[in-house]
Ligand binder design. Sequence first.
Ligand code: ZN
Length: 186
Amino acid sequence: MTSRLNRLAVAFLATALATLGITVANPAPASAAMTICYNTSQAGSYASVANQAASIWNNATVNLTLSANCGSNLRIYQITGGGSYAVRTSLGNGRVYIDTQQAAQYSVLRIMTHEIGHILGLPDNYNGNCSLLMSGGSAGTSCTNPYPSSAEANRVSNLFAGTFSATDRSADIFRDSWPAALAPVS
Ligand SMILES: [Zn+2]
């Protein structure tokens, strides 16, 4: 009842102001979050890893939601050999390939969240820092951190709010260096 009365009061006030020639700007509409439907039909045993990675990105960001089984903005593949990589066709759209050979050495969840990071507009930053997701394999096989830093997550949130350059949104292929561990010297 109270909210109805409030709405009536607001409507009356707006009408009164309009009568006086004063227009009231509408409040800014809530930005519509982009839903990125990801498809794991080709992800093999990594489908559950993809779901975990989607949850990590959803928890860390705003303005986008990764959602399973609603379409195919993002297709995830399990491959063997050739290295993990991401093909971004546009911001939020593309394909991610996870190499089982790299996943045997590195945290497969870190690989998955990293490759999805490319689809979400992030470039590589091979500085060896394990606290950064986009440092990828440069942080070594002991680095299992699957979480984007706050800076990385904020950049994605801002990209999906429409800020930053066209470069981050453009089509690109990210062939990843998750270097194979050196074979033991015999
Ligand atoms: Zn990468």
